[in-house]
Design a binder for this molecule. Structure first.
Ligand SMILES: [Zn+2]
Length: 304
């Protein structure tokens, strides 16, 4: 039996990564393009092109590609065909599945990008073999995904897994979603940066003061990791503050779901070290998850 070959596309707000992935989880090519400042039609054309380029790079004739799976930084309808809103791409109610299928001539399957990273960690990474899993990724925001009975859990309207908007501090800082006290508003990189900026304002000494001078600037995960490694007190306090609220959110989820494993990933987690299972796929989680969306989409279509 020959392995199925799919193209996975991990589409982000600034760049997209496409690669040929086989059913055994091997990545055979990697091609990046910018996804910035493009009209939807133009970006769809470029995504179709990068899928073909990824096949060419892996020396696979396009006719031998079985499907394309793509992770999207936005919301999807229940059939996962229409992108409801992808704010960083300026996509609204876009029939991305049909648009790409027309351009590529193979079945296309879509998944939310964070959910697809959770799927990648479950099938090929830290959560392999677990029946139930909670994945939490902490970077610019906080996102996640739930695996229930071995499958990605989508919920009644497709919105399950929005772990970042679990409220952990009543009347806490305002979140991008409009609520107050979401774990994203207390634990993500933005919150960490603000914590450090406040400390500098209050006269505390830190190696990060230059980075946050003149208002809140976004610290990179590398800034935080370096400061923590040099035993910087403010950086360590900021990380502990972030971890405290993240712990509250995860603790509540554990009580509600009783999962086999919890996988923690994302730049902020990598900067601090994690008490639970570290994600093992890093940047490949999104690509592998997108590819899996294609592989599992094909399998589901075959049994339907
Ligand atoms: Zn929120």
């Amino acid at each position: 039996v020959s392995l199925q070959q799919v193209v996975g596309i991990d589409l982000g707000g600034t760049k997209a990564l496409a690669g040929v992935v086989t059913t055994d989880g091997q990545v055979h090519s990697r091609v990046y393009i910018s996804s910035r400042d493009q009209e939807p039609e133009e970006l769809l054309d470029n995504l179709a092109q990068v899928a073909r380029d990824a096949a060419k790079e892996a020396n696979v004739p396009w006719e031998e590609i079985d499907a394309v799976g793509m992770g999207i930084p936005g919301t999807l309808d229940l059939t996962r065909s229409i992108v409801g809103i992808a704010p960083n791409l300026n996509w609204h109610q876009l029939a991305a599945k049909a648009e790409l299928q027309t351009r590529l001539g193979v079945p296309v399957f879509l998944e939310n990008d964070v959910r697809s990273a959770a799927l990648g960690e479950h099938r090929y990474g830290a959560g392999r073999g677990a029946r139930s899993m909670i994945a939490v990724f902490v970077g610019t925001g906080v996102g996640g995904g739930l695996i229930v009975n071995g499958q990605l859990y989508h919920g009644a309207r497709g919105g399950a897994g929005e772990i970042g908007h679990v409220v952990v501090l009543a009347d806490g800082p305002e979140c991008g979603c409009g609520q107050r006290g979401c774990v994203e508003a207390l634990s993500a990189r933005t919150a960490l940066s603000r914590y450090v900026a406040d400390a500098v304002e209050a006269g505390e000494q830190t190696v990060l003061s230059e980075r946050v001078e003149g208002g809140v600037q976004m610290l990179t995960s590398r800034d935080i990791a370096q400061a923590v490694a040099s035993n910087d007190r403010v950086a360590k306090k900021a990380l502990a503050h972030s971890a405290h609220y993240l712990g509250l959110a995860i603790g509540s989820l554990v009580n509600a779901f009783d999962p086999d494993v919890i996988v923690l990933g994302g730049g902020v987690v990598e900067a601090g070290g994690a008490p639970i299972l570290d994600s093992v796929l890093g940047d490949d989680a999104g690509l592998l998850g997108a590819a899996l969306t294609g592989i599992e989409g094909l399998a589901a279509a075959a049994t339907a």
